[in-house]
Design a protein around this ligand. Sequence first.
Ligand code: FES
Length: 511
Amino acid sequence: MPKIKVDGQELEVAPGRKLLDVLEEHGTHVPHFCWHPGLKPHGNCRMCLVKVNNSRKLEVSCMYPCTDNLEVTTKGPEIEAARKTVMEFLLINHPLDCPICDKAGECMLQDHTYKYRHGLSRFHEDKVIKETKDLGPTVRIWGNRCISCTRCIRFTDDVVGTGELSLVNRGDHGMADVHPDVPLDNPMSLNVVDICPVGALIDKSFLFQARVWFTERIETTCTSCSRGCNVTATMHKGEVKRLQPRRNDDVNGFWMCDAGRLDIEWLKSPARLRTARGGAKDVADQLRSAAGRVGIILSTSATLEEMFLAKQLATAVNGRIGFVSLDQGTRWVSKSGFAIETDKTANRRGAATLFGKNLGFEDVTAGIHSGDLTHLVVINAIPNLAWPEDIRDATKKVSWLAVADVLESDLSTRAAVVIPSAAWAEKDGTIVNRDGRVQRLRRLHDAPGAAVSDASWLQEVLVHLGARKTVVSAEGVFREAFPGMDYGKVGNMGSALPAIATDVPANTVQK
Ligand code: FES
């Protein structure tokens, strides 16, 4: 292992690693633009200059290999002066757009300008004016702001493999652009906005939505497919304004897909169920009277806590439980191996852990068609689910139907009891991704109207039935389901799924 010295401190590094990689990993921040830990280094912005013992000139640290006995200096007057020169060069044609730029507040150029600025521009010529235009359905470019770092180009070339972007023109006329008639339109296109170090590439869905210094950022998990990408939600005035990927090398690396990122509009849809018809007591009374004749259909997007409570309910009323899922499209894999799953539900693996491999609903619908089951509770967290005909038919045959859902449907229209459910962004809970990693959902904002989390109304039903003593938090339910675990142990990055409590504690209800 080569040994290097960074500002006098000795480090051992794997052979062949690039210097900036190592410096960032060890907490020595070196200003940079074109380097990104998820992309191949390119060495074009020259901002990451450092001094090394075996070169008389300053070296570009993102391209410099770590070799034995390398001595690196990252601070000092010569280095600061070089960085200031690079900044002056980059700012020659960059407009002073910060007051109207969406990136303001999270812009690397803005941040570095504070530290490495000259104060006054010595440039008296006319600035080069470049285009502002759509690059595709999701991304817009402000050409004037582009500093030609090529991060976006390397992303489409090396990560996605679609290669829509390239650097057009040269020198101060250069900017990232699409090939003629080939728009930036791939399933991961919006990642270029995250990695753009300036405000050149802008997410059209977030354009002019909020100044980032007025927003709050909350770490949670995407629920749009079974991969469970780690994300950060940008919150403004009680709304989710955008989702951005959060690095987790065991799940999604640095990236997420556009479909998951943009799957937030329905949270404020007019079709959200907001008003309850009946409540937990009505459900408890009906199920008590129909014990042994109860079916429960639950979506595989329910949280682990909700599944655990639904299992308690099924035990309490001696009912049958089944699942509804959603599979769509074909599995898509990028050039670098990032996959978008066909399982569009968040917690099928969690359901399999709690209920075994048989996750169909046929046992429940068959019981309804044969007349064995007369009461049905449907609990769904999948938005705009196209209900299978068999379930639709079954809901028409039962003598009593309760529906807990996020959006209105023909099932909720005909149900005797309707409970508006809190969506994934409105509740705490855990989900298990396809690889068996348990990850947290965090409550980001209030649920609309009378909507409540399924974990809370299910507990109320169980309390009315006498099968639970009291209603506890989602974390309390999680601790019951997984003894020895809590949300702290799951953490922000998730953890391997622990063993389930073998005995689901619930008393069978006496008629
Ligand atoms: Fe090293 Fe750009 S980060 S040259």
